[in-house]
Design a protein around this ligand. Structure first.
Ligand SMILES: [Zn+2]
Ligand SMILES: [Zn+2]
Length: 250
């Protein structure tokens, strides 16, 4: 069967893609749901009057879950069944120092891809066709984490499945990358800062992106394009700094 996919293999790939879609969708509902609940107790009334917007955020996000789930499911199948990818499970397969370094490499690579595709999507045509969906959240809520037009969802969905073919990563570190991606995606849109002031305004905080930074992107559009780090925004002069103190009512 060299080089030819059997019917059985194709069914297994489809099942893997479907399972991954369900996982991504449930992960989104649980994470966004948990932070939306937290918002209700920490900032009561913050999402008042946003019910119809939230409905749209959830529908776009669940569509995105399918788009994220398909490449992830195909690659997960290939990793298990065909030995594709550079994902390793034996911690001794690479030097231990590679674990934290690979985490940063993955986050930085994803951030770089996101920054440049995001800037591109703010050009008039791609904005009108695709990115306007994400900016329809005014102000964004915890449910907006994956509220993307399918074109934008595809640009986001291919990054990690492509990286695992080239950059070795321990399966546990990969889980960490996905967890950071999920939590930051939700908290950056939540409408309030969950991280302590002392961190957000520290040296470390000045290189990391949290809600205080991404909120400004949703207010002013043509600045603060980054995902995890302020590196590209700073380098390219698109960093407009953090939202004014008190922006989230604390
Ligand atoms: Zn956003
Ligand atoms: Zn944008």
């Amino acid at each position: 069967m060299d080089g030819i996919m059997t019917t059985g293999a194709l069914i297994a790939i489809a099942a893997s893609a479907a399972a991954m879609t369900v996982i991504v969708g449930v992960r989104y509902l649980l994470t966004s749901g948990a932070f939306a609940l937290a918002t209700r107790s920490v900032r009561p009334g913050l999402y008042k009057g946003l019910d119809s917007q939230i409905g749209k955020e959830i529908r776009w996000s669940l569509l995105s879950a399918a788009i994220y789930g398909i490449p992830a499911g195909v690659v997960a199948w290939g990793w298990q069944e065909r030995g594709w990818t550079q994902i390793y499970a034996d911690p001794a397969a690479m030097p231990l120092w590679w674990m934290p370094v690979s985490l940063v490499v993955y986050l930085f690579a994803h951030d770089t891809w996101f920054y440049w595709t995001h800037r591109w999507m703010h050009a008039p045509r791609p904005f009108r066709i695709a990115h306007a969906v994400h900016h329809a959240s005014r102000p964004p809520t915890a449910w907006a984490a994956m509220a993307f037009h399918p074109i934008e969802a595809i640009t986001g969905a291919v990054v990690i499945p492509a990286l695992v073919f080239f950059v070795p990563i321990h399966v546990g570190v990969l889980a960490g990358v996905l967890a950071i991606m999920t939590v930051m995606g939700v908290t950056n849109h939540m409408g309030w800062e969950i991280f302590p002031r002392a961190l957000v305004h520290s040296r470390l905080g000045s290189v990391l992106i949290t809600a205080s930074h991404h909120q400004v992107h949703h207010e002013k559009y043509r600045c603060n394009y980054g995902l995890y780090f302020r590196f590209w925004d700073r380098l390219c002069g698109t960093d407009a700094g953090l939202a004014k103190p008190g922006w989230d009512g604390r």
